[in-house]
Every structure is written in C-alpha cells, then in structure tokens.
Design a binder for this molecule. Structure first.
Ligand SMILES: Cc1ncc(COP(=O)(O)O)c(C=O)c1O
Length: 261
C-alpha cells in the first residue's frame, strides 16, 4: 500500500494557535515515517466569531507559523510536499443568513416568546450543542428593545435563543440569524415532514434563487411502495356487524377458518 497523504482534523473553534501547532507537530512526527507522501493535510477548525466579543483565529499568524514549520519539515523529509487545509466555516459561515418569520408573540409571566415558522429541522446547532447564533429583527431595526426567547415549531423544546435583547418583535416580522453559511442548511432535515427552505444568493445587489423550497413531493420522492399486504387481503376489515349473534366474515373466510390457516 502506498500512503500518499496524511491528515488531521482537530475540530472546531481553535482559539489558541499554539494548540493547532501542537496538533500539527504530532501529525508531522507521524508523517516522517511515510516515505511516499504527496501532501500533508492539516484539516481545519478555524474559529469564527458568533458573538460580538468572540475572537477569530488569526489566520495570518497561523499561516506564517505553519508555513515556516512546514518548510523545515520538507527540508528534513528530503522533498517538497503539498500543504493542505480544509477550511469550512471560516470561508462561508458569515456569508449566510437564515431568515424566519414570526408566527406568534406570546407573553407569559416570566418571558416573552417569539415563535417562528422554523425549527431545529432547519438549524439544529443551538439545540444540538448549545451554539449561539446572533438573531436580529430586520423588520424593525430601530426603537425600543425587549428581551425574547426565540422558539421554533418543533415540539422538543425547540429553542433558538434565550433572553435575547432585540428590537420589539411583532407577528409577521422577519428575523435574521447570522453565521448561517456553515452548518445550517447542510445539517437540516425533513424531521416532522417539514420542508427545507429555498436559498437565495445576493450578488452585487441582485438576488438569485439558487435552490427551490421543498415540497411534499420531495419528501416522498424516494419512498417505494411495496405490496406486502396483498397476501393478507383476506383480513381486510369487514363492514361492521353490530349483531353479536352473527358470525363475522372476512371476505368469505370465517374467523374459525382463518385460525386454522
Ligand atoms: C475532516 C474535516 N475537515 C474539515 C472540516 C471543517 O471544519 P471547520 O468548518 O471548523 O473549518 C470538518 C468539519 O467537521 C471535518 O470533519
């Protein structure tokens, strides 16, 4: 077997470049034992800011440090190899916004809920691993602010954000979720037979529909009808006979006969 490449993926949200470099050292210590390598792939996991105060992986510093280290590795290895990365969210996370419409605003004694026409089937990250997506009311960008819990339509305590201070929400308002370019649509599902939404690309001020909203036909299209019940047709429910004196007959087979079969 010829091993052409060696790879690592440290996982998301590298805050400290040195942690990434330590991982890279481990990968390189393994890589040196494979003599036919064409490339070394350092994966990704570069952090993007989700909250205002969040940091972003300093990609320039990382590039500089890993570039220098990789050059040294190639020198020791005896030839040049390709250096690879697999950036996902770092490239596309903040390029996407997820838009939902507010169906209901409900005041309870402790909080105000804004219920939207979406749920964890469209954006599962908050419910799956408690991730934070900034949410803004783009129907009303100014005015007084209130605190809201933004909730979805799925029954499993479907919650997108808790205690979010935002401009006052009215039914019909559109809310925009930030950082929906990565791990939003790709993690979506048809759970509860819900459709995935359309996707619109905005390019130089112009909008282009780049994905149609799903329909029930999309949900059903891969289902296959099978005829496993035909052999039991004899057991089709009879017309209800309410007279207990009468014998119940299934398609001319009496219950007694059926049990013998
Ligand atoms: C093997 C591999 N490479 C790259 C990535 C992208 O990571 P990120 O989106 O954090 O940049 C992932 C994400 O899960 C992954 O599993």
């Amino acid at each position: 077997m010829v091993v052409e490449g060696i790879h690592m993926h440290t996982g998301s949200d590298i805050m400290d470049i040195d942690v990434f470099l330590q991982g890279a050292e481990i990968l390189l210590s393994v890589a040196k034992d494979f003599k036919d390598l064409q490339y070394v792939d350092f994966g990704s996991g570069f952090k993007v800011p989700y909250k205002e105060e969040d940091i972003e992986t300093d990609i320039e510093e990382l590039g500089e440090k890993i570039g220098k280290r990789f050059k040294q590795f190639c020198y020791d290895y005896g030839r040049n190899l390709t250096l690879m990365f697999e950036p996902g969210k770092f490239l596309v996370s903040d390029a996407g916004f997820f838009l939902v419409k507010v169906n209901v605003v409900k005041q309870t004694t402790s909080t105000v809920f804004a219920g939207v026409d979406s749920g964890l089937n469209h954006l599962i990250r908050p419910m799956l691993y408690d991730s934070y997506h900034k949410i803004v009311n783009i129907s009303k960008t100014e005015g007084r602010h209130r605190i809201y819990n933004i909730v979805g339509y799925i029954c499993e305590t479907d919650t997108f954000g808790v205690n979010r201070k935002m401009t006052e929400i009215n039914e019909g308002d559109i809310l925009a979720f930030h950082n929906a370019g990565a791990y939003c649509f790709t993690m979506s599902s048809n759970y509860n037979s819900r459709y995935r939404p359309a996707e619109v690309l905005i390019h130089e001020g112009k909008d282009y529909l780049i994905r149609e909203r799903e329909t029930m036909e999309d949900i059903l299209k891969n289902q296959i009808n099978i005829d496993i019940f035909s052999e039991h047709k004899a057991l089709q429910a009879p017309a209800m006979d309410l007279n207990p004196e009468n014998e119940v007959i299934y398609n001319n087979i009496t219950i007694e006969q059926k049990q013998q079969n």
